[in-house]
Design a protein around this ligand. Sequence first.
Ligand code: AMP
Length: 113
Amino acid sequence: MDCIFCRIANREIPARLVYEDDLVVAFEDTNPKAPVHVLIIPKKHIPTNLEIADTDNALVGHMFQVANKIAGERGIAGKGFRLVMNCNEDAGQSVFHIHLHLLGGRSLSWPPG
Ligand code: AMP
């Protein structure tokens, strides 16, 4: 399987890592859409959120907790931030390994484009 995010998690290709533990890795998005744009991924390969199984519930909850921790460290928790997971074509998903986008550091418009 040739998955770019698996390769980042396995340290086969470089990324600007901001967090790692047994379950997840977080790194800077290479094409940031906001002053803070970090991706939180599970080390386990899950192509889209549609494939999240009951046994992944703790893992997915952990992804949110890591996002909260990074938001706190970056000083954006109080002002606010957005967590996004795109799914399939209409949402513009381009990497088929689930990832939470942590976006913040500016006022974010709603609805998204
Ligand atoms: P999505 O469109 O939701 O699938 O988001 C994929 C995100 O991954 C985009 O924001 C890309 O800029 C980002 N991305 C793609 N390749 C890399 C990479 N090698 N390192 C960091 N971010 C990446």
